[in-house]
Every structure is written in structure tokens, then in C-alpha cells.
Design a protein around this ligand. Structure first.
Ligand code: SAM
Length: 291
């Protein structure tokens, strides 16, 4: 098996294929063997399990996943990497490489095709330019997976792991905590990548858990309220939701009073249970202007 964490080997491979890194596609390939191994082991790559990998690059993490899991499906957007992947990981008969954009896939259908009757986890060294859209796409897909274990930019890791109701939180914090529990697994230095990125990184893990589904009257309304509230996070929640969703201010003030919350509160101060309770109250109220 080719040693894809050896810089000289990788440089020769890329040269032979005339490959140049695309900054636009977030191409920073892992060259740290311990990091790949830890993502694979902690990310659920094990006998009896399937793994979806997003953006296999030249196959460095893919090798570790395919050595451990029963089945690996890897989706790569950059067509230039397909012949390289054929050379580096083409000999794994439990690996299926698909060419495409992860955001264009219907994840439940993909799972049905690729992993029938098999528990699935998702692993990736994510392209940083679309970290949030990818996480939202996976979490809101309705697909049943056990966990998402991914490399992200350190600041994003901190935002994901922040508590809902604190200043560091945002839409993605609420989305991640709504769908599961999240923890920071370990930090990763810039020197672990080729080429090294301009930012520090960390591996985080989201384990899916349906904690809040039963409490929420209407999930699309809940997330619309959260998105709209955070789109004007410096304003009071009353001002933000009246401007973005068309709720009359007296209705918003009444709903907050019912929940024992000050009418001058900002969305970033509200914990998950209060956000859900507020959405439940507002969802029942008639609106002039809709979502
Ligand atoms: N997994 C490899 C590794 O760790 O060395 C490569 C990781 S690199 C940070 C991100 C990879 O995602 C690149 O190979 C890039 O071409 C690919 N990519 C970027 N956007 C993508 C998308 N929308 N869907 C699928 N893959 C994408």
C-alpha cells in the first residue's frame, strides 16, 4: 500500500498526475498518519460498519477507513483526483468512489443504495469553505447515521462545541446541539497538512440523538426562527423577529412574557428549551407575512 503520509511519495504522485492543489476546493491533504488513524478508529470504522467519506482527496484517510470498515463510500468533487484515487486506493474491493458534490446528494437515498441494512458513520477532513453547509445538509437530511467525525477549522470547532445560549453560539451551534451531542476530540496542527493551511484545526464528533424532536411542534418553523433571529443577532429578539418574520411586536412580547423572559433579550442568550418553547408558541399564532 502506498504511504500517503510520506511527503516525497505524495509529491512524486502528484507530479506524475500533473496535479496542482485547488485552494478554492479547500485542498489541504493530511500527511499525519496518527491523525488519520485516530479519525478512523474514533469515527466508527469497524467490522460490520459502513463509512461515508466526504472529499477523499488522494485517499490518505480513505486507506485507514477501508482497512477497518466493511464498506466505504467516498464522494469527491474534483475529477482530477479520480485517476489518483484509482492508483492509491483502487485495490480496496470494499471501497466505492463517487464523483460529485456532497451537497447535491440525497443522503437517505445514498445510504439505502450504498449501505443497505448497515450502521453508518460519516468521516472527513472537510473542505473548510463549505463546513457549515455540509454539516447542515447532513444533519437536516433525515438520514440515520451514528456519528459525524470531522476535521474542521479550530474556530468552527469552538463554535460547534459552544453551549446554546452563550455569545459564541450561532445557527450551526443550535443545529448541531438539536440533532445530537458534540465534543472536541483533539486539536491538529497546521504541519499535519500538505500544503499547510493558514488556520489551526481540530477534530470534532457529533453523535446523533433525537433529544428535542418530540418537544418541537414544527421543526421547519423552529429552524426558520433560529436562522432569522441570528441573522440580526445584535438586535433584541423582538426587533429581529418582527423585522424578519413579520410578527407584530406585541405578540412577540406576550410570548416572551409567557416564558418568563425579558422582552429585551437577544437570541444568543436563549437556551435550547426556551428557543423550542418560543417557536411552539409563535407557530400557533396567525401571521401576516409568512416564513
Ligand atoms: N480527505 C483528504 C485528506 O484528508 O487528505 C482530502 C481533504 S481536503 C481538506 C477536502 C477534499 O474535499 C478535497 O479533496 C476536495 O477536492 C474535496 N471537496 C471539496 N468540495 C467538495 C464537495 N462539495 N463535495 C465533495 N468533495 C469536495
Amino acid at each position: 500500500m502506498m504511504n500517503l503520509t510520506d511527503i516525497a511519495t505524495v509529491k512524486l504522485l502528484l507530479e506524475r498526475h500533473g496535479f496542482h492543489f485547488s485552494k478554492k476546493l479547500g485542498q489541504n491533504f493530511l500527511i499525519n498518519p496518527t491523525v488519520c488513524l485516530r479519525i478512523a478508529e474514533m469515527g466508527g470504522a469497524a467490522p460490520g460498519h459502513g463509512i461515508l467519506e466526504i472529499g477523499p482527496g488522494i485517499g490518505t484517510l480513505t486507506q485507514q477507513l477501508a482497512m477497518r470498515a466493511d464498506r466505504v463510500t467516498a464522494i469527491e468533487l474534483d475529477q482530477r483526483l479520480l485517476p489518483i484515487l484509482q492508483e492509491t486506493v483502487g485495490s480496496f474491493d470494499n471501497l466505492h468512489v463517487l464523483h460529485g458534490d456532497i451537497l447535491q446528494y440525497q443522503i437517505p437515498e445514498l445510504f439505502e443504495q450504498e449501505f443497505p441494512n448497515m450502521p453508518v458513520s460519516i468521516c472527513a477532513n472537510l473542505p473548510y469553505y463549505i463546513t457549515t453547509p455540509i454539516l447542515i445538509h447532513l444533519l437536516e437530511s433525515g438520514a440515520a447515521f451514528e456519528s459525524i467525525t470531522v476535521m474542521v477549522q479550530k474556530e468552527v470547532a469552538e463554535k460547534l462545541c459552544a453551549d446554546v445560549g452563550t455569545r459564541q453560539s450561532g445557527v450551526i451551534t443550535v443545529a448541531v446541539h438539536y440533532h445530537g451531542t458534540v465534543k472536541l476530540l483533539f486539536p491538529v496542527s497546521r504541519g499535519s497538512f500538505l500544503p499547510p493551511p493558514n488556520v489551526d484545526s481540530a477534530v470534532i464528533q457529533i453523535r446523533t440523538e433525537k433529544k428535542y424532536d418530540a418537544l418541537t411542534k414544527n421543526q421547519p418553523h423552529f429552524f426558520a426562527m433560529v436562522r432569522n433571529g441570528f441573522s440580526q443577532r445584535r438586535k433584541t429578539l423582538v426587533n429581529a423577529l418582527s423585522a424578519t418574520m413579520g410578527y407584530p411586536k406585541p405578540i412577540l412580547i406576550e410570548a416572551l412574557q409567557k416564558l418568563g423572559v425579558s422582552e429585551t433579550i437577544r437570541i444568543e442568550k436563549l437556551p435550547m428549551e426556551t428557543l423550542i418553547a418560543l417557536s411552539n408558541l409563535l407557530f400557533e399564532m396567525p401571521l401576516d407575512k409568512n416564513l
